[in-house]
Design a protein around this ligand. Structure first.
Ligand code: NAD
Ligand code: UPG
Length: 464
């Protein structure tokens, strides 16, 4: 098939490249000329495992091309995917300006009947709004074309985007048009060989499914983070609780890892946008509000622990920080817990030496320049260089190389052996045996003397 993808961010680029890999002829359009220039050289503007190789292969095979001109793409294709950003507006609702801009342009440039597929995450009713916008502009030009708008939300996770796209749990196709349904079924047929992955429904149902999925996952995480806090107060290790409840098939192990909060470009904004949808209809989204409030509080947990340990004034202290990206496998810093933590520590005068396997360049470009100018934040050359002379290590993102660190080397490099683990990656007993004080999320504080390894809250005195 001959298709056009509009927007070459995480979703558009992965979608375009994967459809090309399946033998389709794909044109990717973006308004960002620099991005398009980079992509034409088969260089990916984002870090996503496996993407650059697949990109190069499909450009080479002439199945994948990049342009800034939607008008030109309209001359060649009649199947369009909208994959532009839908960032939060000031009140938290989804800002549809990019989606509607694309709809206006399609109305201006389309020359034949077309199916327009919305892959961006958009509020219920947007497909209808896109259709009306396109038709309004077609009418203005006196063009009599039939346009179908389909909702086909995307469920890929950053860091595993190719795998998620190529082997989807499900493909949601929201349309009222039998013709559009047939086109999409044909396009997705290679992804649907052994199991029925395609779920057909109405456009509004599909739009809601995307928000409900993200809100459910965010709810699981916030629920677990709340349980973790309570565990800490009660002298319970939440990691045992996690395993205990995860083994119940009705609950499952996915998305119940407690931590220093969820980040990324999706959960925070989509929970807020769904809340706004409820509010606009006079409903009070009690659970969604609580999910959001817990996550905001959770992003303060590590700083709270540090202040509880050292006091409000952190000017004499330096910390090693492992992990800047909002999760492993990506260089994306959107709503990253690392940023919230850095804001809190730097405001109290701390110095931080940070290391991330891929997000350092993004951090230098996106974090406030004053953090670097005042030498509050330094980017270390490798993970152990971040530990030289520091008073504590703070783990924020659980990249694989951080999971099994060399404790002896850490002990030699650090001024004090203290670890704050924002992702519950380490064995408290092993760290304590190596002379480290250890504090994680919902596990209590562990000190060096094995006899004193009592989760905080379980006795009258808090071990320090
Ligand atoms: N990032 C994810 O993991 C993910 C997963 C599923 C769904 N989503 C949703 O998909 C959508 C896109 O997310 P993203 O993370 O890929 O966004 P992004 O910000 O990474 O990329 C959006 C791209 O669209 C381009 N763009 C903006 N206006 C344009 C226009 N008029 N014409 C052509 N290009 C235009 C931008 O230049 C940018 O390159 C959002 O609605 C998001 O919620 C994202
Ligand atoms: O048990 C868990 C699982 C995740 N997280 C955090 O949650 C955030 C989001 O993680 P993840 O869902 O893996 O990454 P995303 O790329 O944001 O993917 C989510 O958001 C996308 C955009 O809508 C959807 O397409 C995906 O299905 C959905 O998982 C990250 O900060 C994780 O650290 C936890 O704290 N605990």
């Amino acid at each position: 098939m001959n298709l056009t993808i509009i927007g070459t961010g995480y979703v558009g680029l992965v979608t375009g490249t994967c459809f090309a890999e399946m033998g389709n002829q794909v044109t990717c359009v973006d308004v960002d000329a620099q991005k398009v220039a980079l992509l034409r050289q088969a260089r990916s503007p984002i870090f996503e495992p496996g993407l650059e190789e697949m990109l190069a292969r499909n450009i080479e095979a002439k199945r994948l091309r990049f342009t800034t001109s939607l008008k030109e793409a309209c001359q060649q294709s009649d199947l369009f995917f909208i994959a532009v950003g839908t960032p939060p507006d000031q009140d938290g609702s989804a800002d549809l300006q990019h989606v509607l801009q694309v709809a206006r342009q399609l109305g201006e440039f389309l020359e034949r009947d077309a199916v327009v597929v919305d892959k961006s995450t958009v509020p219920v009713g947007t497909a209808q709004m896109v259709k009306e916008t396109i038709e309004h502009h077609l009418e203005h030009r006196g063009a009599d074309l039939t346009i179908e708008v389909v909702s086909n939300p995307e469920f890929l996770k950053e860091g595993a985007a190719i795998q998620d796209f190529m082997k989807p749990n499900r493909v949601i196709i929201g349309t009222e048009s039998p013709g559009a349904r047939e086109r999409l079924a044909e396009l997705y047929a290679p992804f649907n060989r052994n199991h029925q992955r395609l779920l057909f429904m109405g456009t509004r149902d599909a739009e809601m499914t995307k928000y409900a999925a993200n809100a459910m996952l965010a709810t699981k995480i916030s629920f677990m983070n709340e349980i973790a806090h309570l565990c800490e107060e009660l002298g319970v290790d939440v990691e045992h609780v996690r395993q205990g409840i995860g083994s119940d098939e009705r609950i499952g192990y996915h998305f119940i890892y407690p931590g220093c909060g969820y980040g990324g470009s999706c959960f925070p904004k989509d929970v807020r946008a769904l809340s706004q949808m409820a509010r606009q209809r006079g409903l009070e989204p009690k659970i969604l509000d609580a999910v959001e409030a817990r996550n905001r509080a959770q992003k303060e947990r590590l700083a709270q622990k540090i202040v509880a340990r050292y006091g409000e004034d952190l000017r004499q202290l330096s910390f090693g920080l492992w992990g800047l990206a909002f999760k492993p496998g990506t260089d994306d810093l959107r709503e990253a817990p690392s940023r919230a933590l850095l804001e809190q520590l730097i405001a109290r005068g701390a110095r931080i030496q940070a290391y991330d396997p891929v997000a350092m360049e993004a951090a230098r470009a996106q974090f406030p320049p004053s953090w670097f100018d005042d030498q509050h934040l330094m980017l270390a050359e490798h993970q152990y260089a971040a530990l030289e002379g520091v008073d504590a290590l703070i783990l924020v993102t659980e990249w694989k190389p951080f999971r099994h660190p060399d404790l002896a080397a850490m002990g030699r490099l650090m001024r004090h052996r203290v670890v704050f683990d924002g992702r519950n990656q380490y064995d408290p007993h092993q760290l304590a045996a190596a002379g480290f004080e250890y504090d994680a999320i919902g596990r209590g504080t562990y000190v060096t003397d094995a006899a004193l390894m009592i989760p905080a809250g379980s006795g009258p005195e808090q071990p320090r």
